[in-house]
Design a protein around this ligand. Sequence first.
Ligand SMILES: [Zn+2]
Length: 459
Amino acid sequence: MRFGPVLAAALLLSLTDAVAGDVFPTPRYLEYTGGFSECAEVQYVEDAGITADGYFLEVTQDKVVVKYSTPGGRLYAGQALDALKRVSARNGKAGEGKLPCCVIKDYPRCRWRGLLLDSGRQYQSVETIKKELDLLFSLRMNVFHWHLTEGLGWRLEIRKYPELAAKGAFVSEGPGQQGYYSREDVRELVGYAARRNITIVPEIDIPGHCEAALFSYPEYGCFGRRPEIPQTGFTDCIFCAGKDSTLEFLKDVLDEVCELFPSEYIHLGGDEAPKGNWDRCPDCGRRISENGLKDSRELQLWLSAVMASYLKTKGRKAIFWEDVISEADYPLPDNVVIQWWNYRRNADRNYRKAIEKGYPVICSPNRCMYLNFPETPWRGYGEDRTFSLEDAWSRNPADAALAENNPLTLGAECALWTDYGLTEDMLDARLFPRIYALAELMWRGRTGNGDFCVAELND
Ligand SMILES: [Zn+2]
């Protein structure tokens, strides 16, 4: 056996073949020791010395041993065993369904290996989301970041505020843009994900991207008026940070979110929140002066700090998009994580700023990690908003950041936004094949020669 640089970006068919047949993402160490095992029973041994989600697998003539320290490691070893069975099946009579003798030692490069799906702009069925969770599991990815609230739709049933789903989930008129997830749907998906070592991290965007919510409850905006629903982009109709009633509403929503989602991390958005209304709103103005804030930009940090502190009382951590720290320096509590995304505007400035300030970071630069950017121009995506498999693998700013091995970097996350009418039936065309390269970067990273490699049985 050898590791061969058998894949080039151009050989997409080979890539798909290899992924279906071999252990993928590529293990850090895999050696075929010759022959096939006579043993069908797997001995599972807990070993605290193994890295989280990592595993050690040894197949000899008379035994099959798996060592692991976390449920994820055990599950991933099981996947490797399934892949090895496919290797032997490919060898015809020699293997006859037996496991090839080998040793695998494996563990992930990133603790956080995520995919964001935007269910706000477009609604996807529970079955489609299960299919994406299956995909993540097959790629040993462990975070499903679920973007549930947008101007074009509020997708989560909240018992205390029934109009959020009843009205807010139906504000848009395009194909696939109506619907919400019931509490039962959420429980089912959270369990489905957990059995695949995947945490569902819900996102409730505060204070922007909330026209659907304010359409349902206009009183939580600055002027109490029902907003226009923007068919593209976003407006300055955002949650009012000056009204105590709005803060209570948001905390009530977070109560139910925390009840439904056991995730240690809750995403509170914080991106793209224009301050036009806040600058004119007497309630927001009073909040700014009462708290000695400089301006409405600091008001957003004040609001973010209030919400993150509230999550802290529940033992949770709050994730914010980089926008929150981009233009103001108001202190945030110590349970805050920053998600770096706007590479096209800020390069890695806010990634660096977050690290300097001691916040953990998730790397999602919108160059090479935004899978909604197509491979060729489409609708609102011009040439400058496209990227290839080769780009994802060889020119990825997330990979460069991960290579710094900063302990504050939690890992990486790719994103599938659904703007410009990216309907459910188009998701796979955006995911494949580039998600293979991204999963490999998150699990193992690039090898010395920079080629996209897979383990290959070579007898
Ligand atoms: Zn206001």
